[in-house]
Design a protein around this ligand. Structure first.
Ligand SMILES: [Zn+2]
Length: 219
């Protein structure tokens, strides 16, 4: 198991939230060939890693290799394949390039870290922290503030578009106003305005790195 996961219950809760609220497009079952090879040599059996199933995770942070995936129904009922037959590979070039993007790195580390937090963070706290931070950075809180950059503009500018498209298909086309406002709404809405993924994307452009996000949320 990669990552310092506190309990299966914590990570299952986080994964369910992320899956339910964000990734309505079911992800295939992902694995890292190098991790599987090491598992097989050291343990005689291969394991799925929960970290590899997180939205936006397309390369192994341990081995810096693109993940492979299988599309078999109920793939998780069996161990990851020890060979790469009948598997598909994530495109390596852009995967590695995309994963080295500093904002993608923050996003992935935040995805892995939040389930380890001792206490959950309330939406009111997230809104208070992000709205103040956005104000400090002169980012628009409301649609009427057209003279300021929006949070969505920042997301589109900073993350690799190929990577974003896997989270939000067709995002490189004109992003529907409704989607744009749901993302921007995380800065002002008292109820969840968008998906967990959108919140993670936004938080990672408001702060320099995942540690700063976690510190701000838990102050
Ligand atoms: Zn690996």
């Amino acid at each position: 198991m990669s990552g310092a996961i506190q309990s299966d219950r914590d990570i299952d809760y986080a994964l369910n939230r992320i899956t339910y609220f964000s990734n309505q497009h079911a992800r295939p079952a992902y694995f890292c060939a190098a991790c599987a090879s090491e598992d097989f040599q050291q343990l005689g059996v291969t394991y799925w890693r929960r970290s590899h199933q997180l939205p936006g995770m397309y390369s192994c942070l341990t081995h810096q290799e693109g993940l492979h995936y299988v599309l078999t129904k109920n793939a998780f009922l069996q161990a990851p394949p020890a060979t790469l037959e009948d598997c598909y590979a994530v495109e390596t070039n852009w995967t590695i390039e995309g994963s080295t993007n500093e904002y993608v790195q923050s996003f992935l580390h935040l995805s892995l870290s939040l389930p380890n937090a001792k206490y959950p963070v309330s939406l009111a706290k997230v809104r208070a922290v992000t709205s103040q931070r956005a104000e400090d950075l002169d980012i628009a809180l409301f649609p009427e503030q057209a003279d300021r950059h929006s949070l969505t503009d920042g997301i589109l500018d900073r993350y690799p578009i190929e990577w974003l498209e896997l989270l939000f298909p067709n995002i490189s086309d004109k992003l529907p106003r409704g989607v744009r406002e749901r993302i921007n709404g995380m800065l002002r809405c008292s109820t969840s305005s968008s998906s967990i993924v959108a919140y993670l994307l936004g938080l990672c452009i408001l702060y320099d790195n995942a540690d700063d996000v976690i510190q701000a949320l838990h102050q």
